[in-house]
Design a protein around this ligand. Structure first.
Ligand SMILES: NC(=O)c1ccc[n+]([C@@H]2O[C@H](COP(=O)([O-])OP(=O)(O)OC[C@H]3O[C@@H](n4cnc5c(N)ncnc54)[C@H](OP(=O)(O)O)[C@@H]3O)[C@@H](O)[C@H]2O)c1
Length: 299
């Protein structure tokens, strides 16, 4: 089997590449279908998904059986100030991949986001809830989802949230750095979601990729949804740092793109189909922290 990972240098693409190359993750072995697979892990310098010609010629040359689209413009405020570029990467790019996948008989798994929801609910969103984004990032990601579902029959939309991993910058690393530099933290307490480890998402998507399921899947770590403030408290605690973590409101940290207040997701379709392998967010975070702090010692 030939597997294509786009955006493979990013936070999630690199973790997915890692487990596909190894054939296992800390969560378990990958399904036998992945044994001996060829993984083509490429980023924008090798395959710019916004180029129809580049995508077409890549598919003609390599004929991937399974495609994981991990490429995206993820800078939420950057998307707000340049929605045109965000649309090209987050909507037209997935459309190009979906059309090529349909033409070549490839299966496509496309990663999306909780930000497709408005975030004014009081219970976790399921796959049956109607998206209604209020940021450019969310709008362009939703357009990408629609393009994939419209153009490729054998596809899954995998919505995740509050992602962190070993590669690149993320909330966990930022909290650690600020806690060490400043000896105190002030973190937004009125936005609630599901912190999700790239390790758990990669394993779950490998399982989904090996299945014949299609449609929309919410893929976030479990446990009670939490605020960024509670997430930060757990991070500093696991790092053994005794720094005060003060809670503040979104209005105290104005940003160009207004984040959803409540964008928790429920993995209902995973439960109802192949099973939900994603851990409680605390368990996943604790494992990440243990490995990450070990890694830091060797740098
Ligand atoms: N990060 C989160 O908290 C979060 C939350 C929910 C959902 N998601 C979704 O999860 C997926 C993975 O996110 P991530 O955190 O891994 O993002 P990331 O670290 O920003 O990785 C995205 C990768 O895509 C590459 N890329 C950008 N434009 C491209 C293009 N035109 N063609 C090919 N590659 C391109 C980026 O390269 P450059 O760095 O050079 O631009 C980067 O390597 C995305 O679909 C994102 O929307 C993320």
């Amino acid at each position: 089997m030939t597997i294509l990972i786009t955006g493979a240098n990013g936070q999630f693409g690199s973790e997915l590449n890692n487990i596909l190359q190894r054939g296992s993750s800390e969560l378990g072995k990958l399904p036998p279908v992945y044994a001996g697979c060829e993984v083509l892990a490429v980023d924008v310098d090798e395959l710019d998904i916004t180029s129809v010609d580049a995508v077409d010629s890549f598919f003609s040359r390599h004929k991937p059986d399974l495609v994981f689209n991990c490429a995206a413009m993820t800078n939420v405020d950057g998307c707000e100030s340049d929605e045109e570029t965000a649309y090209r990467i987050n909507a037209l790019g997935p459309r190009n991949l979906a059309i090529a996948s349909q033409r070549h008989g490839s299966r496509l798994l496309h990663v999306s986001t909780d930000y497709v929801f408005r975030g004014d609910g009081e219970r976790p969103y399921t796959e049956h809830d109607t998206p209604s984004p209020n940021t450019a990032y969310g709008r362009t990601k939703l357009a990408g989802e629609k393009a994939v579902l419209d153009s490729c029959g054998n596809s899954c939309i995998c919505r995740t949230a509050w992602l962190y991993g070993y590669v690149g910058n993320n909330f966990v690393k930022t909290m650690l750095r600020l806690a060490r530099e400043n000896g105190r933290l002030k973190v937004v307490g009125d936005q609630v979601g599901n912190p999700t480890s790239a390790v758990d998402l990669a394993y779950q998507l490998a399982l989904l990729g090996a299945s014949t399921e299609t449609g929309i899947f919410h893929c976030t770590c479990g446990g009670e949804p939490v605020s960024w403030h509670a997430f930060a408290e757990r991070i500093v605690e696991r790092a053994g740092l005794s720094v005060p973590v003060e809670s503040c409101t979104t209005d105290e940290f104005p940003r160009p793109a207004r984040r959803p207040a409540y964008s928790a997701l429920e993995n209902r379709h995973l439960h109802d189909t192949i099973g939900n392998s994603m851990r409680d967010w605390r368990e996943a975070l604790d494992s990440f922290m243990e490995h990450y702090l070990e890694q830091e010692k060797t740098i």
